[in-house]
Design a protein around this ligand. Sequence first.
Ligand SMILES: NC(=O)c1ccc[n+]([C@@H]2O[C@H](COP(=O)([O-])OP(=O)(O)OC[C@H]3O[C@@H](n4cnc5c(N)ncnc54)[C@H](O)[C@@H]3O)[C@@H](O)[C@H]2O)c1
Length: 248
Amino acid sequence: MLDTGLAGRTVLVTGSAHGIGAALVRACLAEGAFVAALDIDEAANRALAERADPGGARIRPVRADLSDPAAIAAAHDEVSAWRPVDVLFNNAARPLARSLWEITAEEWDEVFAINLRAVFLLTRAVAAGMRERGFGRIVNMASVAGQTPRPTGAAYGSSKAGLIALTRVFAAELAAYGVTVNAVAPAMTDTPMVRSVGPEALAALTAQVPMGRIATPEEVVRVALFLASAESFVTGATYDVNGGALMR
Ligand SMILES: NC(=O)c1ccc[n+]([C@@H]2O[C@H](COP(=O)([O-])OP(=O)(O)OC[C@H]3O[C@@H](n4cnc5c(N)ncnc54)[C@H](O)[C@@H]3O)[C@@H](O)[C@H]2O)c1
């Protein structure tokens, strides 16, 4: 068993209310961490918090819209007043599967605001404290869509490619301060985001995966927890969790 070293540490998970984020919250609580769970969907986030930690002693649900820089700053203030953050999972994202001929400028900006600008702003805010304390683990949820082209992935895929680049910049900047920064690049994973494409598109996409199925959120979380573990010499890396869909 991997000793994550997360017991007693404070973890911030964005996009915590559903899918991979909710699985991350449950896993971090099981490891003994304190968890700040940030999501725009307040009702679902509160419900998740009540289910995952019924007494509420180790979880703090935070409502924020990551497309708004002021909301990011306020959420960071709220979380760090509760407990200083040791581990940050930048997991929230806005999916967009749309032909590059049809994407509007507003959609492009919204995807980039959530998938890339928010990660930049929140990571910079959180990393300042990590650098001072000499310890931090940051894990960004990228995507295979940022590594190989999809006809409908102009905005989403470009934002995820940017996230992989940003991961490396933060990793280089923070390496000397005990702070590691890495990315996970899943392919299709069984979450509400993927189910929203419909059964036919899902079957067609699954057929392209050499392992013949899509990932479970827990399989993605396992790799994210490895990258967040206290004893680690891994930084600036992107770990693929894709069933062989892209081998590089
Ligand atoms: N599911 C997949 O197949 C898959 C594949 C590759 C990468 N990913 C990545 O994994 C991460 C999690 O994906 P998922 O499938 O669990 O997604 P999901 O849609 O199930 O969950 C995303 C969460 O982010 C929250 N969120 C969205 N916009 C927000 C905003 N503006 N402010 C705050 N919270 C916001 C949503 O409310 C939701 O709880 C994402 O970064 C996604 O791009 C997912």
